[in-house]
Design a protein around this ligand. Structure first.
Ligand code: AMP
Length: 273
């Protein structure tokens, strides 16, 4: 990959990277479309497919995370992707690998608090992918809002010459954000999983009337989630979309993010209110 990347760079080509963990769906495809727009017809679009062990906690679903490289390659071909970069673990992490990249401000709350070490794993693999692919731009999904903020900060802090682009969340008709993990849901759980979007909509409607205390919206969100028998709220936060700092009063423009267990499956979502 690195040799090819150098050739593209010497030819002055735009190279746009879409990092993924595979099991690709329509949401990923929308990032590829954005990547093609950014790369132009003469540029290159690279999709990396790598289930990065270092971003999973010891109790998480690394071993059973869905993998389908053949299907991924088909989807990438259909989306006009130039290269699918699917490295092996040994290529990414030699046995004596001993370095990590850690963003230390934005990565602390929400997903970082619920999943210790997660963003360290994410920042490390994205830094490695940037070095391997040498992209001029990289596209991430707003679905993982905090991740995009951490990557943007890391890119600036470490002087990666990469433009970070964040593309909107792709949703099912009933509002559920597409995710590779949705496959884990039983039909009953799948129905209940729309509760995240319902909670977001409800908060959106409330603050469209007048600003509301975050404490009140947290309570209302907890009730909305609790109405579904298999759903359990992990966290909900209301925060400034730039600094990720929690706010006391929520108004239009505040970001809302939540994580919910539906059965054993952990689902996250977020939106600008
Ligand atoms: P993943 O394979 O889940 O690690 O996701 C790879 C990239 O796709 C990340 O930048 C995600 O934010 C993005 N992504 C995942 N699901 C969606 C979605 N429903 N809509 C838009 N982007 C998504």
């Amino acid at each position: 990959m690195q040799r090819r990347a150098r050739q593209w760079q010497e030819a002055g080509k735009a190279v746009v990277l879409v990092p993924t963990m595979g099991c690709l769906h329509r949401g990923h495809a929308s990032l590829m479309e954005r990547a093609r727009e950014l790369a132009g017809r003469k540029g290159r679009v690279v999709v990396s497919v790598y289930v990065n062990p270092r971003q999973f906690g010891p109790q998480e679903d690394f071993a059973r995370y869905p993998r389908d490289l053949k299907g991924d390659q088909r989807l990438c071909r259909a989306a006009g992707v130039d290269v699918v970069f699917a490295p092996e673990d040994a290529e990414m992490y030699p046995a004596d690998f001993s370095t990590a990249v850690a963003e230390e401000k934005l990565a602390g709350g929400m997903e970082g608090a619920a999943r210790p070490g997660h963003f360290r794993g994410v920042a490390t693999i994205v830094a490695k992918l940037f070095n391997a692919v040498q992209p001029t731009a990289a596209v991430f999904g707003a679905k993982d809002f905090q991740q995009a903020a951490v990557i943007r900060r890391m890119t600036r802090d470490l002087n990666f010459p990469v433009k970070i682009v964040v593309a909107p969340t792709w949703r099912e008709a009933d509002g559920l954000a597409l995710s590779s993990r949705n496959q884990y849901l039983s039909p009953a759980q799948r129905e209940q999983a729309t509760v995240l979007w319902q909670a977001i909509k409800r908060a959106q409607e409330t603050v469209a009337q007048r600003p509301a205390a975050a404490a009140r919206l947290r309570r209302e969100t907890a009730w909305t989630i609790a109405a579904q028998p298999e759903a359990r709220l992990d966290y909900v936060e209301f925060f400034d979309p730039e600094t990720l700092q929690p706010v006391k009063m929520v108004k239009p423009g505040t970001q809302m993010a939540l994580a919910v267990f539906v059965g054993r499956t952990r689902i996250i979502d977020n939106a600008r209110l």
